[in-house]
Design a protein around this ligand. Structure first.
Ligand code: ASP
Length: 371
């Protein structure tokens, strides 16, 4: 048996050796040589991450680690009860239970941590960081993930807001004519929202625009990646996943290489949209590998999306033209601070912060939406 203290001592020596051998491993992996010039710190995120990129870049400017920067950035959205696609307030699964997925990667240490189907913790990204820092594992799921979170001091709370519960009840009632759940139209009763506030809240819920996976069910996620002035990178992806999902379903967000990938020699990428399509094509890893071979972040995202199109052959997932009837978005930043984002369908946006200025930009796309 290896003595644990012995092991730790050797790890330190091995760590130094690994650092010294970095150039060699880079040569072996075929990564483009990166000159150690100062890069413009840049943060990129999905469209719901405008405040996140701003905060992340501020943290990096204050000299904080890139990982803390992105995680604190997405915590804003995770804690926001009004964002129904992430963390607290996220739309629940089939049983009305909010199950969250998240992953983090820290470029300089090559660290990764993730949680899936985690219930009761508003900030799953922080639990993912704890998995990375305090265990020898990468991914914890379900009850085990919750027990671990509790042991690390994360409060276990009810994540289902009244607003999200109302959406779930409406969805449940609209599923079938042959069960006993009634939609308000069928019962002739005013909706709960109308009873509460004269309909204003219901109108707000109805007009809420969440990205749709399959034209029917809402999804949504936040991904945020940052590069600092030294060229160090980190990324995080966090979500409540596909609304009304089968309990236990895991999307792309907590899967390293799918919903997130960071290689400190090359760049970082994350995704939002139909997770099943991203998992099947190892999406974010593909984008980073394409960047390694010299493609710009935008071109790499577009090429990885073409692979999704080629992989989508099921009639239930294609439109009349044989194209995917869902969307996927990739957000990427390179070690030199070049950034880009792309989606299968036009009309998507992303958030970016560079030189202290944050804004939303249109993403590149493969196909123009008809409407
Ligand atoms: N990618 C997420 C998932 O599949 C959800 C989304 O971004 O819409 O779980």
């Amino acid at each position: 048996m290896t003595d644990r203290r012995d092991f730790l001592r050797r790890s330190v020596v091995a760590g130094v050796g690994a650092a010294a051998g970095l150039a060699t491993s880079r040569e072996l992996s075929g990564a483009p040589a990166v000159l150690s010039t100062r890069v413009a710190p840049t943060a990129i995120a999905s469209a719901n991450g405008l405040e996140a990129v701003e905060l992340a870049l501020g943290r990096v400017a204050d000299g904080r680690s890139t990982l803390n920067a992105v995680v604190e950035g997405v915590n804003i959205v995770e804690r926001d009860p009004d964002d129904m696609s992430v963390g607290y307030g996220g739309l629940p699964n089939l049983d009305g239970v909010v199950q969250l997925d998240s992953s983090v990667m820290h470029g300089p240490s090559r660290g990764a941590g993730a949680v899936a189907c985690l219930e009761g913790v508003k900030t799953p990204s922080r639990v993912a960081v704890d998995v990375m820092r305090h265990t020898d594992h990468v991914l914890l799921v379900g009850k085990g993930a919750q027990r671990f979170a509790k042991s690390m001091g994360h409060p276990i709370e009810n994540l289902l807001t009244e607003r999200a519960r109302r959406r779930w009840i409406e969805w449940r009632a609209s599923m079938s004519d042959s069960d006993d759940y009634l939609a308000p139209e069928e019962s002739g009763m005013p909706t709960s929202a109308a009873l509460e506030d004269g309909g204003a809240a219901e109108a707000a819920v109805a007009s809420e625009l969440l990205d749709s996976h399959d034209g029917v069910r809402p999804g949504g996620t936040i991904n945020c990646n940052v590069v600092d002035a030294k060229g160090d990178l980190s990324g995080v992806t966090t979500t409540s996943g596909l609304a009304w999902k089968v309990p236990g379903r895991v999307g792309d967000s907590p899967i390293v290489g799918a919903g997130l990938y960071v290689d400190n020699d090359v760049g970082a990428c994350g995704s939002t949209g139909r997770g099943e399509a991203v998992i099947k094509t190892c999406g974010s890893h593909t984008v980073v590998e394409l960047m390694r071979s010299g493609m710009s972040p935008t071109d790499a995202c577009l090429e990885a999306l073409r692979r999704i199109v080629a992989f989508t052959v099921e009639p239930r997932l294609t439109n009349r033209d044989g194209l995917p009837n869902f969307n996927v978005n990739y957000y990427a930043v390179s070690k030199s601070g070049e950034y880009g984002a792309a989606a299968i369908w036009s009309g998507a946006r992303f958030a970016v912060c560079i030189d202290g200025e944050s804004r939303r930009e249109d993403t590149a796309y493969l196909f123009e939406r008809a409407d």
